[in-house]
Design a protein around this ligand. Structure first.
Ligand code: F6P
Length: 344
């Protein structure tokens, strides 16, 4: 048995822990492992090399991915799909473990459904928005970074009596904004799930000031919907191979900070956490999650249960159909947002 492993989409801490788990469990069964470099790009280009025991040694706690990552989509072109299938055969692969979010797992689903490629998935994305799993690798580390940042920003906001707007990642779902905001004591949260308004946040901040709170922390998800703010296609620029625009180009946090200052007169600042949320060492939770999911992926391969991903449901790792996992996005329940609102 020869298993290819790849990591696609945005990197997160915990990927190396998952790669190590895939490799170590494979070696126990006497399987060979191949590193498919830079996500699906490696399959397209035939950039596939042996992954040895020494290569996965000492990487458990290291952020990033030793395999490299990209947002290359083989389904952009039929000829590219053909080349990918040829490479799968040429490199003698018997299965692929695809570690990624909606886009990477979406490609895995199509290879399995349309071309019967033996693929299993492992969910990773700091956005935490993959259907069928309670948690994705990288989310816990990202929200820990957000919470640390909010703790630090509270003291400076308080010292200077300012409103500090903190822009966090989260394209379609506000898991990072809402859980990070809850844990870090945010005074207001803008998220993609619930349309917010500048009018409401300004009213809220003025009320806080009247009640004696002379500083505020406002968390803004980069993909948040805010009634008074719209962007034209032109302002958003080119799309990637999966049709996504670069949300950092919106500069939503900066716009919100400027508007708060203009509308309320309170001095405001914006902090964009950006890729810091995807850096550093994985938390205990992410290390263990990545290890459990990586090991389980090899169990799925061993059983020939292709077209599934390893998913965490409650405290159990279970198989979950890739087709269902990639049929949409797991957004945050409104009840959780309402819970966070209790503390605004
Ligand atoms: O896919 C996860 C994500 O972290 C999104 O929240 C964000 O919009 C995007 O990646 C940014 O990715 P990059 O700048 O690496 O292309």
């Amino acid at each position: 048995m020869r298993i290819g492993v790849l990591t696609g989409g945005g990197d997160v801490p915990g990927l190396n822990a998952a790669i190590r788990a895939v490799a170590r469990r494979s070696f126990i069964y006497g399987y060979e492992v191949r590193a498919i470099k830079n996500g699906w790009a490696g399959l397209v280009e035939g950039n596939i090399v042996p992954l040895t025991r020494s290569m996965v040694s000492g990487i458990l706690h290291v952020g990033g991915t030793i395999l490299g990552a990209s947002r290359v989509n083989p389904f952009r072109d039929k000829a590219v799909v053909r080349v990918s299938l040829e490479n799968f055969r040429e490199f003698g692969l018997d299965a692929i473990v695809a570690i990624g979010g909606e886009d990477t797992l979406g490609v895995a689903t199509r290879f399995y459904e349309e071309h019967q490629m033996p693929v299993v998935g492992v969910p990773k994305t700091m956005d935490n928005d993959v259907i069928g799993t309670d948690y994705c690798i990288g989310f816990d580390t990202a929200v820990t970074t957000v919470t640390d940042a909010l703790d630090k920003l509270h003291t400076t906001a308080s010292a200077h009596h300012r409103a500090i707007v903190v822009e966090v990642m989260g394209r379609h779902a506000g898991w990072v904004a809402i859980i990070g905001g809850l844990a870090g004591g945010a005074d207001y949260i803008f998220t993609p799930e619930v349309e917010g308004s500048l009018k409401d946040v300004c009213e809220h901040l003025k009320n806080r000031w009247r009640q004696g709170s002379t500083f505020s922390i406002i968390v803004v998800s980069e993909g948040a919907k805010i009634r008074e703010i719209e962007y034209s296609e032109e302002e958003l620029g080119d799309k990637d191979e999966f049709g996504h625009v670069r949300l950092d180009r919106r500069g939503l946090g900066e716009t919100v900070a400027r508007e708060i200052e203009r509308r309320t007169g309170f001095e405001s600042r914006c902090v964009v956490l950006g890729h810091l949320q995807r850096g550093g060492s994985p938390t205990v939770f992410d290390r263990v999650l990545a290890t459990r999911l990586g090991v389980y992926a090899i169990e799925l391969v061993k059983e020939g249960k292709f077209g599934y991903m390893a998913a965490l449901q409650g405290n159990k790792v279970v198989p979950f159909p890739l087709k269902e996992a990639t049929s949409g996005i797991k957004t945050v329940d409104v009840e959780l947002y309402e819970l966070a609102q209790t503390f605004f």
